[in-house]
Structure formats: structure tokens, C-alpha cells
Design a protein around this ligand. Structure first.
Ligand code: ZN
Length: 84
């Protein structure tokens, strides 16, 4: 798959910077996205769910206990222009 087509599909790869604009306004901002691997998402995947959920973490902290958002829908995030 060419880079151009890949970008056109707007896929989000693990480690990509994304903007969260979902249902929790207090958390709107820039995050690093990774596939959510919690129990519920793993079960959804097993059952054949097609809407990948993401886990978002603060890109500016090394604190492993820092805030993360779990089970975020694809429609709640946009790939950041910072990746371009
Ligand atoms: Zn999850």
C-alpha cells in the first residue's frame, strides 16, 4: 500500500499523535494513540467487532500512572497534523 493511499484512509498507527475531541471536553487535547487492550476491547475483538478502540496517553509525561483515556472510539479522535 502506498504512503499516499495510507494517508488517504486516515488510519491511525500505534504511537501516532492524535487530537481527542470526544464526549469528555475536559480531556480534549493531544495524545499518543495505541490500540486499547483492556478486557472489554479484547472481548469485542474476539467477537468480531470492526470498530477499533484506542487508548490515549499524554505524550509529554514519563509517568506510568499519568492520565490515560481508554476505549476511545475512532470517531472521537483525529490524526494530528504533527505527524505529517
Ligand atoms: Zn478498551
Amino acid at each position: 500500500m502506498s504512503i499516499t493511499l495510507f494517508r488517504a484512509l486516515d488510519l491511525i498507527e500505534p504511537g501516532d499523535l492524535v487530537l481527542y475531541h470526544g464526549s469528555k471536553p475536559d480531556f480534549h487535547g493531544l495524545y499518543v494513540a495505541r490500540p486499547c487492550d483492556c478486557f472489554y476491547c479484547a472481548r469485542e475483538d474476539y467477537l468480531g467487532a470492526t470498530d477499533t478502540r484506542y487508548r490515549l496517553s499524554d505524550p509529554y509525561t514519563e509517568d506510568p500512572d499519568a492520565l490515560t483515556l481508554r476505549c476511545v472510539r475512532r470517531t472521537s479522535i483525529t490524526r494530528s497534523a504533527a505527524n505529517a
